[in-house]
Structure formats: C-alpha cells, structure tokens
Design a protein around this ligand. Structure first.
Ligand code: 26Q
Length: 809
C-alpha cells in the first residue's frame, strides 16, 4: 500500500491480510482477527517507510542517537500510529464499510507494559518526539515476555497476575534473524601476548544469543520512523536431540531454559533497588547486544572506528544500562585494538547519562564478588577505569581520601553504578530544574566540583500528540478552532490559548468538554467494573506508582478527615467529590500494599453509607496502566502532586493532567516548580514545605508527634486508624506515623498535613465559581506547551547529543 491510501485501497489491503493470516473474509472475521489484519497493514507501511529513511540516513552520513533503556512503557500502538500517519479517518471509513468500528478495534489491543512508570513512559514519549521531529533515532530495550504485572484487588489486597501481552502485542514485532549477537557471561578471562599485543580470550563462558524484534514508531506527520529494537534471550546451543531421545528431557532443556529466563519478565519495582543476579544479567544482556549492534552498524557505513563519537550518540536512561561504558571500552580495546586513552576518549564523548532519582535506596549498587564472577572482563575494565579516575581525583583533591572514597566506583565491596555513569559520560542531567540542582548540591556534589561542565538539566516532557491531540479529541478540536492546528507540531503555540481567557463562548465550551470527558470515563468505569460515579462531583485524581515518598497516605488522611466530618454531621454542606486512585505497588513493598488496602477499606466503608456516599466517594482503580490513563486524564479536574519536596525527580503525570486542563495541588517538588512558573501562582495550588525546609527540619530532628499533639483534627484522624474501616484495623499505619521503626513518619505527612488540608479546602471553594475555575483550567492548558516532549527532545539533541534533523528531500 502507498503512504496515502484511499479508503478503497485500505479495504483491499485489509481483506488481503485477513485472507492470508486467517483464511477469513471481512464478513466472517472476528474483531481480534480484524485488529490483527489492520495492524499488519500498518506495520508493513511503517517498515517500508523506515527502510527508505534508514537508507537515506546512511547515505547522508547523519549522526544518530541510540537511546538505551531497560523499560519502554509503550501502551497501545494502533491508534497513535494511525493518527500519526494521518490515516485514522480513512481507516475508520474503510472499516465502517466492512462492518467494524475502529474504536472497538483499538480496544482489542493489549497494552505493551514493558515498564514500571515514569522512566519507561518517558522513553516511549521521547521516541515519539524523535520520530516526529525527524531526528535519526534508535531505541534499545528487552523484549520481556511478561511486562509489568496485571493488578487484581481482592478484599483490598493486591494480587499480581502475569501480564501476557504478546498474544495481540506481537503484531508490532518484526523478528530480525539477520541481526543476532552473542552475549558472553561468567567463565574466565585469559590474556596471551601475540605479535606484541595482549589478546583476550575466554574459557567456560555461558553464551546467550540476543535475538532482536523490531518495532517501528511513527512520527506525527514526519518523514522519519524511529525503530525500537527489543532483545529476546535464546540459548546458543541448540536443543540436544540426542539427550532428548535418550529420555533425558530435563537435561536437554537445561541449556535453553536457563538462557531464556533472562528476557522472561520485567522487574516490577521502581525507585527501589533489587540487587539480584538476574537483574544484573538482564542489564548486561541489553547493554552488550546493543553496543555490539551499534558498532556493527557504524562499521558497515564508515569502515572506521575512530569517528564513532562524531556519528553516534549513546544515551543511557538512568544507570540501568551503565555497563554500556565498560562494554564499549571492551570492544574498542579487545576487538579494535585501540589504546586505553583512545578508547576512553571515544567512550566519554559518545555516552551521556540521565539521572532519575535521588532516593538513596534507588541508587544502583552491586556486590563486587558477584559482579566479578558474573562479568569478569567487564569487572577488569571497570577496575582500571576506577584506578585511573582515583588518580585524577587525587590531583584535584590531594589527600582527601574520604571524598575520593565517595566518588570511587568500587568501595567497601560494592560497585556504585551512578559513579561509573558520571565518570564515563560527557553529559549528566537531571529531569527538572530542582532535581538537577539537588544533584549538583548533594548526590554528585564532588563530581560537580571536578567536572562542572558535564552537568546540565533537561526538564522532562510528554508526547503531547498522544496525551492531548489523540486522547482528548474534543479539546484538540476546540484548540484547532481557536488557536489553529499549528500547536500539534509547535506545542509552544498552546500559549496562544491565553488570549481566550475572557471569551465566554470558549470558557463555556471548555467546561462542557470536561463534563463530557467525565461522562465518558464514568461510562467506561461502569462498563468495566460496575462502579457508578457522580459526574457532577469534582474528579480529584492521584495516579502514579504507590510509594511512600509520593504520599498517597497524606491524601487518604485528609479524606478520612472529611469522612469524619460527614459522619459527625451528614447534612454538612460540602460540594460532592470523587477521589480516584490508580496505583500499583511493587510486589515486595509491604507498606505500599498496606496503603492500597487502606484506600480500599475506606472506599468499602463509605459505600455502605448512602448519605455520605452522595458527597464523598473513594474509588481505587484496579490495574492502572497507560490505556486507563488515556481515558482518565481528560476527565480529571484536580491533579494530586503531593510528594515530599526534594524526592520526586520530576513527575510526568502532572504534565499530562495539566495539559488536559486539570488544576494541580502540589508541593514545590520536581516539575511542579516549573509548572508554577509557567501558569502563575493563581492557577496552581501550592502547599507544604519546600525542599530546603524539609532538609532543615530533617537536620533539626523531625518529630511527628508534635504535629499530632498540636492539631485536634489530625489527632482524630490518626486515632481513628486504630479502629480502622470496614472491619480492618490500621493501627500499624498509625504506629508508622507516630512511633515507626526507626524514624516515625519518614516522609513527613503530618508536618505537611495542615497546609495540605487548608489549601485543598480553598481549592474546593474556588471550584464553586465554575467560570473562574474554567479560566484557570484554560490557563493551565495554555501554559503546558513547555512540557511537551518535542521541546525536551530538541534540548537533548542540541545540547547533549549534537544531533541534527534529517529530512528526506
Ligand atoms: C533498579 C534496579 C533493580 C530493579 C529495578 C530498578 C529500577 C527500575 C525502575 C529502578 C528505578 C526504576 C524507575 C524509576 C522511575 O520511573 N523514575 C521516575 O522517572 C520519571 C522520568 O524521569 C520521573 O518523572 C519521576 O520523578 C521518577 O520517579
């Protein structure tokens, strides 16, 4: 099919794929079969388009960026691809003629949940923008057989079920048997001298084959198509049929079984380290296959290695792929025989690193012995990198062993991956202005003194076409009709919407759109879960991973306060509210799971009281994921961004909600700070301590009991946890807040409670003047252009990767 087919041509193409794949005609095909046939036509078009683009990039010798990340939280692809290609309307028409609804086919697609949350979704949003802006881009990740677990809630308890996404998700994957690489682990390293050179050999290694599957990511109305390559692990030794025929089934399986485990499942924890050998193996597997692939592609075009950093930028998304640094060194030295100095110069110029967290428990460390045993050659190289670094550091800080010890990659039997990433990259950035500053002031303070020129900030951004144009079509239409459609490719143009803040017609339309979006979400919720919510109540949402630092508990405490007020006086005059929570807890994170249970039990108790239910609803949304966010974000009115200041590196959900006209209640944390600057103080609700005040209180000694004793309302709330809700006591949560193990209330919910509660009430009062509220909502939409991934990716390209756009002429 050509890139601009007519509805008739689409029908013919789809019918042909249906017949080829399933032997069916459109009249007999099921929805699933139709979905696959449609997807097939789209992938073929994208593959074709990509091939043309790739060839042109090679011919034009353009620089390329390789974005390496353990997670890509893509969600669904069909809708975005069709919209980006500008073909959604024509497919809709063609399918209607064949008796199918395109919207229903969208629902057949499972989410590709190959990520935990923010970091993985960021990688997906960036890939979309890279393609849309015509930057030559390649993503690398792992083809997990199971993505992030499916969440089921049974009596308030989270149960994890396997997320088997491939039936249905596999239509987007193209196997590439011509690009298989071998990844070597374990064994012993040998060094022999031959012709005056040290030749590195290996004995008794475990070899794993990295088998690539390619996924094409279309840009919005651009020439370029980005490619995401997902590696699947396979045993190198083929199945030993002789063992099999002797009846030794298990032994025959052993080799293949152990290798395939590597790409079996995504680790389900975010902002928390799991120092497991399998995770290290996954990280090296991704890294080694990707670097080998990059070098191979480079050599195929240039036939020389010394210009690598001119033609290639490798970006490591957090430290998870930081083994790129020693792996690149290994190949340059062992395979291309470069000197250490040459290899190091190329490596540092090629690699750049983004940090996504300052939580100490999330900074990656590996046990040195395990590491050396698993990756002996990589260990040797890191050891040498470290020796040389420590010598340099000694020059800068003579005699200051303590300081150098803190910067060392290897210390006290542990390997510190963030130190490796900083030492081996020419650029290190945080993901919001505040976060980048905190990196320079605390975590990387000494490195900042040593390499000040390496540190920079790129505030995160979101794929605004996906999160606004395609998921909130009514709002997009209103924007098209007022400011014109240019914002779709120049998101900063959203600022033009400010000019309509006094236009009663636009304000009215905006209010109506929000209400219709609320109705659509409520209808979907009822259909899927049977839960009915009042679309005239205010929709107050907190959607993000469950984590203590994100303080879902603070939100719950305040809701309990309102609940107690209503119990005390059921005729209390308050505007009806619906509190919506969506959150997955890491399976091993007991307190996070307990918080989910608290939300669910409170929900249950409120549901049982018809008089209270009219004014106050709590809804825990099971299995929050990308496709649910796409339905919920357009319906949200209040966005909860209430992390303890200094802890949330950026947050990106906040940006999606803002762009869809929700008003934020938040602390001065992460990107909230820049959101306040973008919308002005009148259009955002800031409360609580700032990062400096948190630090100070922490240093002085935080005592949660003081806040409890001073505030009667807070005291009543915490006390009522003992008795609990719906028959379940939460005395342990009260204890966590007041006595705790170690520090009570480590994320200072009680310290910020009063301010939160007051600001939230002020917010509800403002909501009553719906015109004024809607103007604020308009100002949020108008101020959100900065938070588009197009802007973020342009900054990376220009300031970090030295990358230029490459268009077909
Ligand atoms: C590490 C080692 C072993 C197992 C798992 C992990 C691991 C996995 C995922 C550690 C961290 C993550 C994910 C972190 C993450 O999503 N961070 C978020 O990144 C967003 C994008 O920059 C920010 O907006 C959020 O503030 C940040 O929390």
């Amino acid at each position: 099919m050509n890139y601009n087919p007519s509805a008739g041509e689409i029908k013919t193409a789809v019918a042909e794929r249906l017949s080829r794949l399933f032997g069916e005609t459109p009249a007999e095909a099921t929805r699933e079969q139709m979905y696959r046939a449609v997807a097939k036509t789209v992938t073929e078009m994208l593959n074709d388009k990509r091939a043309g683009y790739k060839e042109a990039v090679a011919k034009g010798k353009a620089k390329q960026v390789y974005y390496i990340c353990m997670e890509y939280l893509l969600g669904r692809s069909l809708k975005t691809n069709l919209e980006n290609l500008g073909l959604a309307d024509k497919y809709k028409e063609a399918l209607e003629q064949m008796g199918f609804s395109l919207d229903e086919l969208y629902e057949c697609e499972p989410d590709a949940g190959l990520g935990n949350g923010g970091l993985g979704r960021l990688a997906a949003c960036f890939t979309d923008s890279l393609a849309s802006l015509d930057y030559p881009a390649f993503g690398f990740s792992i083809c997990y057989e199971y993505g992030l677990f499916r969440q089921k809630i049974v009596d308030g308890l989270q149960i994890e079920l396997p997320d088997n996404w491939l039936p249905g998700g596999d239509v987007w994957l193209q196997p590439r048997p011509d690009r298989v690489f071998t990844v070597r682990m374990g064994g012993r390293v040998t060094e022999t001298w031959k012709d005056g050179r040290c030749v590195i050999g290996y004995e008794d290694t475990e070899d794993v084959e990295a088998f690539p599957y390619d996924m094409m990511i279309s840009g919005g109305a651009s020439d370029s198509v980005a490619r995401l390559r997902l590696w699947k692990a396979r045993a190198t030794r083929s199945f030993d049929m002789s063992l099999f025929s002797q009846g030794q089934y298990a032994k025959a399986m052993e080799d293949s079984g152990s290798a395939e485990i590597i790409s079996k499942v995504l680790y389900p924890s975010d902002n928390h380290l799991e120092g497991k050998l399998l995770r290290l193996t996954q990280q090296y597997f991704l890294t080694s296959a990707s670097v080998q692939n990059i070098i191979r592609d480079h050599m195929a075009v240039y036939h020389r290695i010394d210009n690598l950093s001119d033609k290639v930028a490798i970006h490591i998304n957090d430290t998870h792929p930081s083994l790129v640094i020693p792996e690149l060194m290994r190949i340059l030295i062992d395979d291309y025989f470069l000197s250490w100095e040459q290899a190091w110069d190329i490596t540092v110029k090629t690699v750049s690193y983004t940090n996504h967290t300052v939580l100490p428990e999330a900074l990656e460390k590996w046990n040195e012995d395990i590491f050396r045993f698993r990756l002996p050659r990589i260990y040797m190289i890191i050891h040498e990198i470290n020796e040389r670094f420590c010598r340099d550091a000694w020059e800068k800080f003579p005699g200051d062993w303590n300081r150098i010890g803190g910067m060392s990659i290897i210390s006290y039997g542990q390997m510190h991956m963030a130190n490796l990433a900083v030492i081996g990259s020419h650029s290190i950035n945080g993901v919001s202005a505040l976060h980048s500053q905190i990196l320079k002031d605390t975590v990387f303070k000494d490195f900042y003194r040593m390499y000040p020129e390496r540190f920079t900030n790129v505030t995160n951004g979101i794929a605004h076409r996906r999160w606004l144009c395609y998921s909130d079509k009514k709002l997009a239409k209103l924007l098209d009709g007022t400011i014109g459609p240019a914002y779709r490719h120049e998101p900063e143009k959203l600022a033009d919407f400010k000019a309509y803040s006094e236009d009663a017609g636009v304000i009215d339309a905006l209010r109506r759109i929000k209400h219709e979006n609320k109705q659509s979400f409520a209808a979907l919720l009822e259909k899927k879960t049977g839960v009915v919510i009042d679309t005239h109540s205010v929709f107050d949402v907190q959607i993000k991973r469950l984590h203590e630092y994100k303080r879902q508990l603070l939100n719950v405490l305040d809701i309990i306060g309102i609940y107690l007020d209503l119990k005390n006086n059921p005729s209390l005059d308050i505007y009806p509210r619906t509190y919506l929570f969506g959150a997955k807890a890491a399976p091993g994170y007991a307190f996070a799971k307990r918080t989910i249970q608290l939300i669910c039990m409170l929900q249950k108790e409120i549901e049982a009281d018809p008089r209270i239910r009219e004014k106050l609803r709590v809804v825990f949304l099971e299995n929050y994921c990308v496709s649910m966010a796409e339905a919920l974000v357009p319906a949200a009115e209040i966005s909860e961004q209430i992390s303890l200041a200094g802890k949330e590196a950026s947050g990106t959900g906040c940006m999606k909600l803002m762009m869809n006209g929700a008003l934020t209640i938040g602390t001065l944390d992460g990107a909230n700070v820049e959101m306040r600057d973008a919308v002005g103080r009148d259009n955002i609700y800031i409360f609580g301590m700032n990062a400096g005040e948190v630090e100070q209180l922490w240093r002085e000694g935080y005592n949660s009991a003081l806040y409890y004793a001073r505030n009667d309302r807070l005291k009543r709330i915490v006390d009522c946890l003992d008795h609990g809700f719906a028959g379940e006591s939460f005395a342990d949560v009260a204890a966590y807040l007041l006595s705790g193990q170690g520090v009570a209330d480590p994320f200072m919910c009680l310290a910020d409670f009063d301010s939160y509660s007051r600001v939230r009430e002020a917010m509800y009062r403002d909501y009553l003047d719906r015109d004024k509220w809607t103007v604020k909502s308009l100002m949020n939409i108008a101020g959100s252009g900065f938070f588009a991934a197009d802007r973020a990716v342009t900054e990376y390209a220009e300031r970090i990767w030295g990358l230029e756009k490459f268009k077909l002429n």
